[in-house]
Design a protein around this ligand. Sequence first.
Ligand code: ADA
Length: 558
Amino acid sequence: MNTRLFQNHFVRKILPLDPVWSFVTLNSEDEKQKEYKMLVPSCWESNPELASYKGKAIYSKKITFGGNIRLVFKGVSHTAYVYLDKEQIAYHYNAYTEFSVVLKDVPYGEHLLEVKVDNSFHEESALHVSNDYYSYGGITRPVVLEQLDDMFIKNIHFIPFMKNNKWHATIRTVISNLSDEEKNVSLEIKVGEEHRVSFKERKLNPDGETILEDTFEFSSAISYSLDNPKLYTMTGTLLHNNESVDDLIDRVGFREIKVNGKDILLNGEKIIIKGVNRHEDYAEFGCAIPIEAMYRDIEIIKSLGANCVRTSHYPNDERFLDLCDEYGILVWEEAHARGLNEEQMKHKNFNQQSADCIQEMIENHINHPSIFVWGILNECVSNTEFGRTCYAKQFELIKSLDPSRPVSFAALSTFIGSELCLDLVDIVSYNIYPGWYHDTPVKDYLKTLKDFVNSTGGAGKPLLISEIGAGAVYGFRSNNMEKWTEEYQRHILDEQITSILSDEDLSGVIIWQYADCRVDRGWFHVRPKSQNNKGLVDIYRREKLAYSKVKEIFHSYK
Ligand code: ADA
């Protein structure tokens, strides 16, 4: 199973895991219930008998290996306990971020790997709560078993910047030494075929990690832009006694995102955002979207004339980010959280689970050139003193991990008048629904919004509409302009988007939403078909009338 859209290692060996695992549901006492065969990756909801199953299950597989290994889980939804030969080796919370475990000197032979997965809204869970999207169950993203030497490259972070009209990059890498001896290594990094830089002979601490960091010039590098999304393959090779002992391959692009007054700049040029919000949800596949369907999404989004996707409301599968890199589609990547009230933000695990999610998102996705902003805490309590401390803490963490990108959060429009966090962001963003949740004409509403923002710490910053939209049930058509008809959705979106894109005070719009998505049971009463129906396409990607209207508008605004 490919975890990325390009090869990540030539030196490090990847041991393939067959996709079919044994699977048994568990009751609340962890007693075994019913056995199935389950595909990894997939959501267990793809099995018709488990289409609404919320609870626990255990996946198992026998694998033959030995030595130093690293087991990587790209995503388990949403609480995972991992066991090797009945001994717990890992615990992870959150469906949408990667985790891994390194094991030293495992005896060669057949081993039993088990993963207990829980998708219930259990009491330890602060971020997965009943919500306007669905928390699916299962090992929903790829799993990889890697064979390691004593030394391996944990990560290579590449931050490009322009200085004296030439591209430069700061490269920061973490090397692990599993042995209890000091080791001498060097690291060579190739960026494309033409650029080679290196970290000469270094001593690695025994049984620990060593950080290497330096800045290099890449004078002949071609910039990454939306029209020419030039990607470079970055290959890091770790050498010990002149032999390659490990490697790590990623892709990078030379581009800078900056904010200047009210403008968002890509390589110094102002950009206007024409985007869509996208949940990872696709009919029967749930959140475990096969690459073919991701490709279809990207093609539909591109032909819509959009230049941006917001990963509402959690970090995405890296293969989707790889596609965005390839197609020159900007990504607002968001840490996991939607609509939490103050009590939920005071949950004993909220701070830790949020910090883990941010750390894992940035650690693994920092090199994607398409990511132009890090977002947090969609529509949470940003209008109380307590809420403000949470926002401030999370932004501080993001800036300590990646000072190179702007930060934002999608603010709740009902807090216009009481919002307290706009001084904390680089880009002010609002979710607004004129014409859907209320009838104020769009232009009047935008005026009220701008007047308010100008009276806060957000004054003078770029202002982005991070959500706007209207619902329509696919196939429900009538000229009576009733709510939920495709005609009404088309009409409202037309007014909303034209008003925003013709307003020079705004940096653009991200439509709610690209495709319909399943919602949790708690939302049944306000969501026909148990779906959030504000998609331009339905869960099978069938176009609603609004799709071609938005396409016409997006293509007419350059
Ligand atoms: C909010 C929220 C979305 C969705 C949307 C809606 O702004 O951020 O997740 O719930 O509203 O459909 O009402």
